[in-house]
Ligand binder design. Sequence first.
Ligand code: ADP
Length: 546
Amino acid sequence: MTKLIVDSITELQDTGNFELILTYVLIFGFIQLLSAIASNYQQLISETQSQLVSDYMSTVIIDKAIEVDMSYYENAAFYNTFHHAQRQALYRPVQILRNLSDFIKSTFLLLSLGGLLVFLHWGIALVLLLFALPIAFVKWYYSTKLFNWEKNRTALERESSYLNQVLTTDTYAKEVRIFNLGNILLDRFKGVRRELFDEKYRINNQRARAGVFAKAAEIIAMTLSYAFIAMRTFQGSLTIGDLVMFFGAFQKGQAAIQSLLSAVVGLYNNRLFISHVFDLLNIESLLEQPEHSDPLPSLQNSIQIKNLDFTYPNTDIPVLNNLNLELKKGEVIAFVGENGSGKTTLIKLLCRLYDPTSGKITWDDHDLKNTSLENLRKKISVIYQDFSKYQFTVGENIQIGDFSKTDSAEDLSAAAKQSGAIDFINTFPETYNQNLGRWFNKGRELSGGQWQKIALARAFYKDAELIILDEPSSSIDPLAEAKIFEHFRELAKDKILILVTHRLYNLKIADKIVVLHEGGIEEEGTHQELIELNKRYKDMFEKQGN
Ligand code: ADP
């Protein structure tokens, strides 16, 4: 249109016929309008798409985070993969979409402009392409370099995130203040950020320099081509309108070639970065799962641990050695032993957070390995010593034990009663609807012992057949503790209740006490039997001032 306007002005100036020129101008305006509509909608579509894709990818990553075995959370390599995937998943897929649409758009543009440029001189089209290549090469080379750099520096990047977390979350706030850690850790944080900054700056700086050279080559080619067009116009083989059109086409062609090559390079690079996401998505469970698993039947007699050995993945020190133990229905069983003797590990195996290295655990006659994790976990309830404090309501904090229960008001108060939480819950104006924690509005913070009672209520709320309580009363005062232990016998009536505890004076109620030492069972029996045996248990019991 620009060519037509310019040419018609030159031709019709003498005739005084302005109507045709005006028509061209109006058409030109109309095309601009269409283009503006298209570009605004393109922006809308592109932003909507970005939002949808990144929201979708977030859920894919969270899904995977829930699905992976617990063992991955005890492994630094997993955290590296996870950190990468989380960072890349939010924007790389969006960039890939953008690369694809740029690729299509610039291909169309190039095809239409290519005809024009070849018509001028085929050499010009070729020159444009050739001189865009160095720019594409620089982009490709440095993105690959950046990719490798990021991959190698993940651990450092994570260290800085970790320091940030220590300095800014409530979990650490008390110690950060008491031990004056603030400035020390902040300096460490700054050091790590500086190191990362310097290294990345060096790569970006090199890229900028190489980019200038590549661009200079392209500018030379463009200047020569402009000179060629100007000369042809000067010689009269092109009209002024042609000159305007070719200059325009040239600029657009140059932009289109660059955008095409950038899209190709971008696709290549984003494919590299997105590989982190696939590294995460391809993680497979180490736990065997049957393709089809019937619900685990109710426990009739006992859970049996047979010749069980266990070594944590990626380590070579055995933690449990040749363990044999029967846990009978209706029993309260206590695991005791020094720190590191293997109590928590044994519990992890009972819940199938890990599978035994050799030997097996059976639920009556069913090998735990042959049941799905979901079916097994429906049957068990566990409160670990580092139980979670959810910033939800009191009711939800307890119902977390089994969200599938409906009409649960009675069970809720029964569980709260068994754990002793009911006394303070009833003092809250909103009772079970009281928000806990300080993260959200109108939340109420509880003491350590009160939180523990809420966690215990969570374990009791679930109709589980195996209840495992790891240090269930570590923060609870002795009077309340005694009351809770009184309930344990009744609670275990048609279940198995396992206690891991250092507070041996409570264990007279246990049907069986299992003393673990260096990964093996050293003693086994009731409190009275073990006192009479006069070995490690008695020694530990007496050292506690009993
Ligand atoms: P306890 O609960 O009796 O204090 P644990 O079962 O936690 O003992 O630990 C038993 C041994 O296993 C310890 O030597 C500990 O270092 C090791 N251990 C615990 N967790 C892991 C893990 N995730 N990876 C490797 N070793 C571990």
